[in-house]
Structure formats: C-alpha cells, structure tokens
Write a protein that binds this ligand. Structure first.
Ligand code: COA
Ligand code: AMP
Length: 633
C-alpha cells in the first residue's frame, strides 16, 4: 500500500514532472519539454511541444528496441478455423503498405477514416495505418445497424470508409457491405471511397470506382513512413452513447494517450515487454482500441485479436484455450463473458482441458464486477481477479488495483483505488464533496491526466454540457458511487439514461427516439433492468395513440424489429409493455427511476411531485397481466 500512496502522491504533487518522466520512456520525434497546457475549460493539452506518432511508437520503435522478430499480433478465429501471427517487422511492413493504400485513396493528415470491420487483423492494421498518416480513424462497432453508421459518418465526414465483406457471429455469416451501402445512401456526407476487404465466407458486390478491393490494391501499394504529428493531434474519434440519439464523438490524441497506455501496461496490468496480453473485446469499443491494439504494442507486448465468443465457439473453454495457445500472462474481458462461461461450465470441466500456467492475472471492466462472478472466477482459476473502472472518455483505467507497484487487497464490489493522476470526488447534487461511504456523483477534479478526452469532435459545447457544466471544476463521469474508509472506490451504476448491456454501452434515450417513430406510439419510456447474464437489459413501456388497431403481439414484434433495424441487434430490446399511462412529475418529466423500481417489483415510495399517483398502480397491473399472458403462451 505504501508504494501506491507514494506514487499517487508524486503524481498529485508534481503532475508535470511525473508525466514528463513517463513520457520520456517512449519514442518521440521531438521530446516534449512542457508537460501540459491548461485550457480555459479546465482540461489540459498534454505535451503540447512534443512530436510523435503512436503508430511509430507501437511498431518502428519496438523494432529499434530489438523486438522485430517477436510476435506483435496473434489472430485467433475459431469461427473461421484460422490462426495467424505477425512479428513486429511483418506488422510494421503491412501497416506501412496499408498506409500507402489509404493515402492513394486520397487520404492525408487530419482526414477522417471510418472503419466498420469485424474482429479481423485488417481492422487493427487499418487503425495503425491511419495513425501512421496522421489521419483520424473512427471505428464503428460491427454490431451497429446502417442508421447508426450513417449518423457517425455524417458527424465525422470521412474521406474514406474501410470495411470487410462480412462478420461472423458464431455460425452466422453477417454481410457488412449491404449495411455500408445503406448507410452511405442515408448519409449526407458519404466518403468518396470505400475499401473492402473480401473475406472468403462472403463476396461483397462492388461499386467501382467508389469501391476499392483491399487485397488487389495493397499488394502494389508503396510503404509509407510514419508522419511526425504534434502530440495533441487527434488520433481517433470514438462515438459513445450519451443521453440522446446523437452519439458523442470522443476525441483522443497521439501523445497523451501513448504515455497513459504505456504507464498503465505496467501499473495496472503488471506486464513486462515480451509478455502476451489477451483482451477479449472488440476493436469497436475503447477496450479494443486501448488493450487489443495500442497499449500492448507500444509496450512491446504481444496482443491476441480473438474473433470468437467466450462460449459456443466451440465451448466454454475458448478463453482458456487461447490463454494456453499464446501463453497469455493477462486476460481481460467483461464480467458478462465470465458469467456466460460460468453458466455453461459451472464446475470448470472445460478449463480442466487446458494448461493456463502462463496466466498471472484476470481483469474485468465494462460493467460492475459482481462479487459472485469475482469469487467464482478466482476459485476456479486460482488467479487474482481485478475489477477496474474506466470509460470511453478516459481511454484508460481511472480506478484499478496498483498491481505494477504492489497489489493491494481485493475488495469484492470495488474497482480498487484511484489511479495516479485521477483525483476522485463524490459530490452531492449541489456539488458538495461527500464523506467516506456516502454515495454521490463520481467526479474527477480537473485537469484530467494524459489520455483522457480533450474534446468532443466538432462540438465543444457538448463537452461542456455533457461533462463539465454540472459541477464546475470537475469532470462528471455519469456514474454514481462512493469511496470507503480505505479510499477504495465502489461504482454503483449510471446516474443518467445510459445502460450497459453485455458490456456494451447503450442509450435508452436513443431507443425511446426509435420507438417514438412508430405510427402507433404516442409516448414511451425505456429503462434498464437487471439481467443475470448481460448485467442489464432494456425494457420498453409504450402508450398507444387513440384509434390504433393492432394487436399487442404485432406491435411488440414491429417495435423490436424497428430497434434491431435502426440501432442493431446488440440493443437487445426484447420486452415491451403497452401501458395506459406513464408516471410523470407535474412538470411532465417521466419518472424513469420509479419505473425501474416498479418493474423490479420493489416497494416504491411514490414522490409527492407525481401528477397522477394511480399511474404507478396501472403499470403494476399491466406488467403483471402481460407477464402472466407470456407465461401461458
Ligand atoms: N456484429 C454483428 N452482430 C453482433 C456483433 C457484431 N460484432 N456483436 C453482437 N452482435 C449481435 C449478436 O449476434 C446478437 O444477435 P442476435 O440477437 O441475433 O442473436 C446480438 O447482437 C446481441 O449480442 P450479445 O449481447 O453480445 O449477446 P450474445 O448472446 O451473442 O453473447 C455474450 C453474449 C455475453 C457471450 C457476449 O455479449 C460477450 O462475449 N460479451 C463480452 C462483452 C465485451 O466484449 N464487451 C466489450 C467491453 S470489455
Ligand atoms: P464504455 O464507455 O463503453 O467503456 O462504458 C463506460 C461505462 O461502463 C462506465 O461509465 C460505467 O457505467 C461502466 N463501467 C465500466 N467499467 C466498470 C466497472 N469496472 N465497474 C462498474 N461500472 C463500469
């Protein structure tokens, strides 16, 4: 504990010295002399006089350090029976050629490139290639439907889109190109070109000259060197759900991000260069950006890119098999993945088939790690299991066990201690700091350390409104929680309309907007409900317009299909209730928290501000009736 407190206080007392020292552990074209430039909004621009390129730091600099023949990337795809690997030398060459192909398609420094790809190595290669050119990538998760892709295209206004012919979900081949074509039709700012990686499982139909074939083009592309960029130059935009239908484009820089990730590889994950990290996530999420692609590579580790699920590809031993095959030292996934394994293989029979001797630690994030899953995983594997808390906005852990400087005791339900550089404050609604064990809004004192979002793409006002306005001087995370007497942080869940479904961050407000578009719907509300496997699932309540003639079953089926079509299958909205009224305040605000409690069957204290106290009972009755009808059918 002492080493942790020392490091934490070093970062508090001399943040500039602390982070400059960390920065000097990486390769720079021009080493920074200044750590931070404080902005009027309270955030900092990190290493403003430094010049670097994260793609160079992740590849070329590793080769210069003598790791050229070490494996950089393993691709493991049980869904296509494929295993491939690239050394740092091979990956650098492939990335340099891919950068040449992207440049030839008209992309230059500062241009945006949308990447809509499944979990194939070409996704990571394309990301590193964009970074090499100083182009800004924006990866869109493959589970999003055409409309979601179109919204992101219109916000980023890319010069190029890179995709693959298909993704593979278990046994199913999902064609990506029709989704891309539909999104491009809908978008007002479509890119001029689309590069398509044709997979053998499905051939995409091409529209030349707009569409360019990856395999045909890359073989003749010239290799391009990494372009030195200012440390504050944007590396990527990653869209994340907020409270409205319009996702927020979280921006990340090159220099601060590289320094933060490099620090975290040792401090949080306890890794050493040459070891293997297996992060079972998706490149479409921040976890994939930070700990499948950039973090492991720029620390000289090998990374596993896994195209499969924790179960059914082919069984609940999948993660253990990957750990054995690549001798992984650390594995990281969402608690939901381990809950899925636990459900299929409660006694660890699948685990028994593999040798996980290389594994030292297990990490989970994306949602709260429930004590039961923590205990089960620890008992089964005999390895320490660490919860750690972070967000798309932070880009790297804000709260974690300080494994690299000496692990501290694990407290079930807590994601451990604030990471150096992050000063936590639990605030009450008036912005007053709360004491130990008092629950409030989890906030971080400004400025934030390197790696965190400098802005929201093209929308400084949204940065203010979403994160900085609620509590002046603090970044408001949107989560609620408390700190105990030992300084351990307990994150209790979102305080806004964001829910976490199977580790995927989704907006209930956005689902409401989609439901409201149906001609039969007068009003609606979507709230999250606890789910044993996925953590949370959305549930919809809908009020019909007068004179609507449609059966409940028909309407439910149509609304569920509308959500899948517009947002994507990952939204998982499968339960809808048709209700006569929604509980609201007298000023017309829907009481979503109350609805959540009613659906959970909790005893509810009806607030005095409610406009119609009977509305609660009406919902209780409808939910009961419809649940009984479901059981019968
Ligand atoms: N492309 C297209 N569709 C996708 C997709 C992708 N990349 N990812 C998920 N989907 C689809 C699924 O096929 C499923 O479709 P269906 O309703 O037609 O069956 C739907 O979206 C819901 O997916 P999901 O919630 O993932 O459920 P699942 O039953 O397929 O798998 C888990 C459940 C727990 C095994 C899975 O969610 C998992 O491994 N989660 C780990 C979470 C994770 O990596 N989080 C990232 C942060 S660490
Ligand atoms: P995302 O931006 O998709 O990474 O989602 C971030 C959100 O996921 C956070 O704001 C939390 O609500 C939740 N989350 C992530 N990690 C944890 C964790 N370890 N414990 C509790 N909630 C978490």
């Amino acid at each position: 504990m002492q080493a942790y407190h020392q490091l934490y206080s070093d970062a508090q007392q001399d943040p500039e010295g602390f982070w400059l020292e960390q920065a000097h552990r990486l390769h720079w074209f021009k080493a920074p002399q200044q750590a931070a430039n404080l902005k009027t909004n309270g955030l900092a621009d990190w290493f403003p006089d430094g010049e670097c390129n994260i793609s160079y730091q992740a590849l070329d600099a590793q080769i210069e350090a003598g790791r050229g023949e070490q494996v950089a990337l393993y691709y493991d795809s049980p869904v296509t029976q494929t295993k491939q690997q690239w050394t740092f030398n091979q990956l650098r060459d492939e990335v340099a050629r891919c950068a040449g192909m992207i440049q030839a398609a008209g992309v230059s420094k500062g241009d945006r490139v949308v990447i809509y790809m499944p979990m194939i190595p070409q996704a990571a290669i394309a990301m590193l290639a964009c970074a090499r050119l100083g182009a800004i990538h924006s990866v869109v998760f493959g589970g999003f439907a055409a409309h979601e892709l179109a919204i992101r295209i219109d916000d980023a206004e890319p010069a190029l889109l890179i995709t693959a012919s298909c993704g593979i979900e278990g046994q199913r081949v999902l064609d990506y190109k029709p989704i891309v074509d539909k999104a491009l039709q809908e978008a007002e700012h479509p890119p001029q070109h689309v590069i398509v990686y044709q997979r053998p499982q499905s051939q995409a139909s091409m529209q030349p000259p707009r569409d360019i074939d990856w395999t045909d083009t890359i073989k003749d592309a010239v290799k391009v060197d990494a372009v030195p960029v200012n440390a504050t130059h944007p590396l990527y935009i990653l869209y994340t759900s907020g409270t409205t239908g319009r996702p927020k484009g979280v921006v990340r820089d090159h220099g601060g991000y590289a320094v933060a990730l490099h620090f975290s590889m040792h401090y949080v994950y306890g890794l050493s260069p040459g070891e293997t990290m297996f992060t079972a996530s998706d490149v479409g999420w921040v976890v994939g950006h930070s700990y499948i692609v950039y973090g492991p590579l720029l620390f000289g580790c090998s990374s596993v890119l896994y195209e499969g699920k924790p179960i059914n590809t082919p069984d609940a031993g999948a993660f253990w098999r990957v750990i054995e095959d690549y001798q992984a030292t650390a594995v990281f996934s969402a608690p939901t993945a381990f809950r899925a394994i636990k459900k299929e293989d409660p006694h660890g029979e699948c685990l028994g088939k593999y040798d996980i001797g290389s594994l030292k630690r297990i990490y989970m994030a994306g949602e709260r790690l429930d004590p039961a899953t923590l205990e089960w995983t620890e008992n089964l594997t005999g390895r320490p299991v660490y919860d750690h808390w972070w967000q798309t906005e932070s880009g790297w852990p804000m709260c974690a066990n300080p494994v690299g400087v000496g692990a501290t005791p694990v407290k079930p339900g807590s994601s451990s201690l604030p990471v150096p550089g992050y000063e936590f404050a639990m605030l009450d609604p008036q912005g007053r700091p709360l004491g130990a064990n008092e629950e409030g809004s989890v906030c971080l004192r400004l400025p934030l350390p390197p790696g965190c979002l400098p802005t929201v793409w093209g929308d400084e006002q949204r940065l203010q409104d979403s994160y900085l306005k609620a509590f002046p001087g603090y970044y408001c995370s949107g989560d609620g929680g408390y700190m105990d007497d030992d300084g351990y942080v307990f994150i209790m869940g979102r305080t806004d309309d964001v829910i976490n479904v199977a580790g995927h961050r989704l907006s209930t407000g956005e689902m409401e907007e989609v439901l409201a578009q149906h001609t039969a719907v007068a009003e609606c509300a979507v709230v999250g409900q606890p789910d044993e496997l996925k953590g949370e699932l959305p549930v919809g309540l809908v009020i019909l317009k007068n004179d609507v003639h449609i059966t409940t079953e028909e309407l439910q089926a149509q609304l569920i299909a509308q959500i899948r079509e517009t947002i994507g299958a990952i939204a998982c909205l499968k339960t809808l209730y048709i209700v006569p009224k929604l509980p609201k305040t007298r000023s017309g605000k829907i009481l979503r928290r109350l609805i959540r409690q009613v659906l959970q069957g909790d005893t509810v204290a009806v607030p005095s501000t409610i406009d119609d106290p009977d509305s609660v009972e009406m919902i209780q009755t409808v939910v009961k009736q419809q649940n009984e009808a479901r059981k019968v059918s």
